[in-house]
Structures are given as structure tokens and as C-alpha cells.
Design a protein around this ligand. Structure first.
Ligand SMILES: *Cc1c(COP(=O)(O)O)cnc(C)c1O
Length: 478
């Protein structure tokens, strides 16, 4: 039931004091005036509270339970982050305020940028992109501008491995590149021979995720970087998986030239349901003149926005980007400290490997190697044996109160289920997840119908998710 259907004429949640000011007539053109009163729900305060509390109960979140959504790093978001953004000096400022009055906010952004440069091994950074995919687009535009600035107009190809996140080829295409897919090896890594075959003077950039989407570290990364640079191309790092290496190794040291991060994954700012996010892009010194404007700089004790970036790709976002997301990430970095960040990634890797071992009792794992922050189940044999699909397993998990892992990604694994537990889960939670999977596997063998028709206990059952994204309905219609 929507809040509109709970409405009753005249019912109110509060009363305004009687208006003791003189009425002023404002001339509004007749055609702009509303003909009917605005349709607002008329409800009492307890009704409002109950309505939204009940909706919140129906929702699943990382505050409610385990959320092993591979590639999404659904770590717990410390409540301290929320306390800090609630300071009026952060949430109450306006983007049009003069810089003299927002020095503290500029300082925070400047320092965040410095920390992130240190963590990634980059020399300069923009905090403007509003999401990971937006960061990728910015990175690709920088790569393009770089080659064009040298008169190197032939470089129109972006190489993207077949294991990449779908946003990678999309971003490269949006920036005007022709996307060429690189086949991975049997083990799911970059195939050096395949790479060599594709390298020529038309290649502008290789987009790489390391560890990749199978949770595997590209052990030949230094060799890959050398091959790319020798061919005159750039190496781009999709940093959405930084949680596996943060504080331990740096994309900058691996030879990457451009990096995007997802503050809303690795740096514990809430995400899901479309935002708000933050996807900073870091570059090596030779690319810093291409960054989008404005860049935050410091002159003595004064922080300012620099619009004078000689070869800038231009503006990519209004104002400063998603500032409060930056405040949360900054709070997280300071409260963790460098030791804490390193410990977090170690624990993320430990948790993933512990769970990988447990789950390997019930399912094949796509790679037998030690994984980084996540692993991928290969459900092909299970599907053949039981007739139950990985989609069904994912749906059945919901009945047991666990959020489903990412399924059918990466595309190179058939019947894939990608599990990323993150560092914030206890051993008991991981054991429980494995026990639930064991139960579901048993059900798939003995009473497959229960699994195939799951979920049974959620507020809604199987949804038409294609129509939901293709034809979303955001308006209430009576
Ligand atoms: C999440 C993710 C992205 C995209 O980030 P968004 O903020 O969702 O746009 C890109 N690459 C990888 C590997 C990811 O996991």
C-alpha cells in the first residue's frame, strides 16, 4: 500500500502556527497556476512513521545481514561516517559560497586527494566523477586527449579483457574508442601472446582490473605494463577492486598511468540503489594537465579551485562532485589509519579464501588458485546434475535471509556466482553462509521444485527484472 492510499482528507502530522504576517500578492501568470490542489498524502505522524519503518523492514541492506555481492564490496559502513557528515559545517554549506568561507571543505578535499594519491601511487587526482563508470569515462577522455595532444590521431583502439566489468567497454566506446576484446587464458588471466598480437600503433589504452573480476591477481602485470608502454599506449586501472590490495601494493607501482576508484566500495560509503557515489580519477604526473577542471590546489595556507589547467578535458560534473561522500571516505581513511587500511584488505582476502575453501565442498570454483578479495563459483556441473540453475540458488538464499551474490558475471564463467564477503564479516557469518549453501544443494537434489520456485518468504517473488530496468515506473498513478 502506498502512502497515498493511506491518506484521509484533513488528517495532519503537524500544525503550523497561525500566520500573523500580512498577505503579499505575487503576480503569477494565470497559465502557470495550478488548477487543482497538489495531491499530497494527508496522514498523521504515527502513520508516516509506521509506513516508512515497514518499508525499511522490507528492504535488505548491509545493516541487516550478510551481503556477499561480488565486485560490489558491500562492506559495513561505520556509523562514525554518518556522524561526521551531520556536522553543519559539512552538510550546511552551499556550492555558491565564496572559497574564503569554505576553506575547511576545500582542505578536506585536498587532503583526501593527497591520501588517495598516496594509496594508489598516483601524482594528481580529480574528485569530481560521481561513480565508477563516470570515472572510467573521464579516464578514457584523458587518454584520448593525451594521444591527440601529441598529434597521434591513429590511436583509436581500447583493449578490454573479456573478464572486464561491463562498464569498461561502454566507457571506452562513449569516449569514442573502438573496443577490442582480449581473450583471457584458461586460468582467467591476461594472455600475453594474445596481447602481443593486438598491440600496434593504433592501440590507445588497455583497461585492466587487478585483481581481476575472477578475484585473481595478474601476476604478469609488470610485463603487461612494459608491453603497453613500449607500444606507446596507456595502461588504465579499474580500481573498483582496490579493497584487495589497499595498503599492500599500488597501481602506480604496477605501471598504471590512470586509475579510478570507487569511494562507495573500498572506502565504506553506502551504495546501492543508484547512488550517490564518487569515482575519483588519479593520473601520473605526465597526464596532470589533462585533468577535468577545476582541480583543487593549495597556495601557502589557502586552498583554491584551479581552472587554469592547460590541456583539460573540460568539466565533467557540476560544482565539486558528491562532497558528502568524500567526507565519509575521508573519515574512514583517518579513522582506519594506514595500518587499518592494510589490515582491512588482508582480512578481506583472508575471508574470501576461507569462504572459498568452505564453498568448494559444494560447488566447483572457477579457478583453483588462491584468490584475492572474491572468488567465482562455476555452477555448470551443478546445473547439469540437478537441473537447478544458479539463478534459483541465488533466489533461494533470500529465503534464508542472505543477500544473493552476483550471478552470471563475469561472462567468461557459465552459471557464475561471484562471492565477495569483505573484511567486515565474522567467521560465524561465513560459516553460516556455507551451511545455508549446503542446505540448498541438498534441496536441489531432493526437492528441486522448492529451489526453482524460490523465493517463498520475501515481500515480492520473482520479478521481471528486464522490464523493471527498461520501463521503470517512478510515478504514482491512481
Ligand atoms: C562497480 C564496478 C564498476 C562501476 O562502478 P559504478 O560506481 O557502479 O559505476 C566498474 N568496475 C568494476 C570492476 C566494478 O566492480
Amino acid at each position: 500500500m502506498t502512502i497515498f492510499e493511506k491518506s484521509a482528507p484533513g488528517r495532519k502530522a503537524f500544525k503550523l502556527p497561525k500566520n500573523d504576517l500580512e498577505e503579499v500578492e505575487i503576480k503569477i501568470p494565470e497559465h502557470l497556476k495550478r488548477k487543482k490542489p497538489l495531491m499530497l498524502p494527508e496522514v498523521s505522524e504515527p502513520e508516516v512513521v509506521r509506513h516508512y519503518t515497514n518499508l525499511a523492514y522490507k528492504n535488505y541492506s548491509v545493516d541487516k545481514g550478510f551481503y556477499p555481492l561480488g565486485s560490489c564490496t558491500m562492506k559495513y559502513n561505520p556509523k562514525l561516517n554518518e556522524a561526521v557528515v551531520a556536522f553543519e559545517g559539512f552538510y550546511g554549506i552551499h556550492p555558491y559560497q565564496p572559497w574564503e568561507s569554505t576553506q575547511g571543505a576545500l582542505k578536506l578535499m585536498y587532503e583526501l586527494k593527497e591520501y588517495l594519491c598516496e594509496i594508489t601511487g598516483m601524482d594528481d587526482m580529480t574528485l569530481q566523477p560521481a561513480a565508477g563508470a563516470h570515472g572510467e569515462l573521464v579516464g578514457m577522455l584523458i587518454a584520448r586527449a593525451y594521444h591527440l595532444s601529441k598529434g597521434d590521431v591513429k590511436r583509436r583502439i581500447a583493449l578490454v579483457p573479456d573478464s572486464a566489468h561491463g562498464t569498461n567497454p561502454a566507457s571506452a566506446a562513449m569516449a569514442g574508442f573502438e573496443v577490442v576484446e582480449l581473450k583471457s587464458t584458461q586460468d582467467g588471466l591476461v594472455d600475453l601472446d594474445e596481447l602481443k598480437k593486438h598491440l600496434n600503433d593504433e592501440v590507445a589504452v588497455l583497461m585492466l582490473t587487478n585483481p581481476n573480476t575472477l578475484g585473481l591477481f595478474e601476476k604478469d602485470i609488470l610485463e603487461i605494463a612494459k608491453m603497453i608502454h613500449d607500444a606507446g599506449a596507456l595502461l588504465y586501472y579499474d580500481g573498483a577492486n582496490l579493497n584487495a590490495i589497499m595498503g599492500r601494493t599500488r597501481p602506480g607501482d604496477m605501471g598504471f598511468d590512470i586509475v579510478h576508484l570507487n569511494l562507495h566500495k573500498t572506502f565504506s560509503t553506502p551504495h546501492g540503489m543508484g547512488g550517490p557515489g564518487s569515482g575519483p580519477v588519479g593520473v601520473k604526473a605526465f597526464l596532470k594537465d589533462f585533468l577535468p577542471i577545476p582541480v583543487i590546489r593549495k597556495d601557502g595556507e589557502r586552498y583554491y579551485l584551479d581552472f587554469n589547467v592547460p590541456k583539460t578535458i573540460g568539466r565533467v560534473r557540476s560544482f565539486y562532485g558528491n562532497f558528502l561522500v568524500m567526507v565519509k571516505a575521508y573519515t574512514y581513511i583517518l579513522s582506519m589509519g594506514s595500518d587499518g587500511l592494510e589490515h582491512a584488505s588482508k582480512m578481506a582476502v583472508l575471508n574470501a579464501n576461507y569462504l572459498r575453501k568452505l564453498v568448494s565442498k559444494y560447488f566447483d570454483i572457477a579457478s583453483p588458485r588462491v584468490c584475492m578479495h572474491e572468488f567465482v563459483v562455476d555452477g555448470s556441473k551443478f546445473v547439469k546434475q540437478t537441473g537447478v540453475r544458479i539463478l534459483d540458488v541465488a533466489k533461494r538464499l533470500l529465503d534464508y535471509g542472505v543477500h544473493a551474490p552476483t550471478i552470471y558475471f563475469p561472462l567468461i564463467v557459465h552459471e557464475a556466482m561471484m562471492v565477495e564477503p569483505t573484511e567486515t564479516e565474522s567467521k560465524e557469518t561465513l560459516d553460516h553462509f556455507a551451511a545455508v549453501l549446503e542446505k540448498i544443494v541438498e534441496e536441489a537434489k531432493t526437492k528441486p521444485e522448492v529451489v526453482k520456485t524460490a523465493p517463498h518468504t520475501t515481500p515480492v517473488r520473482r520479478l521481471d527484472d528486464v522490464s523493471a530496468t527498461k520501463y521503470p515506473v517512478f510515478r504514482y498513478k491512481k
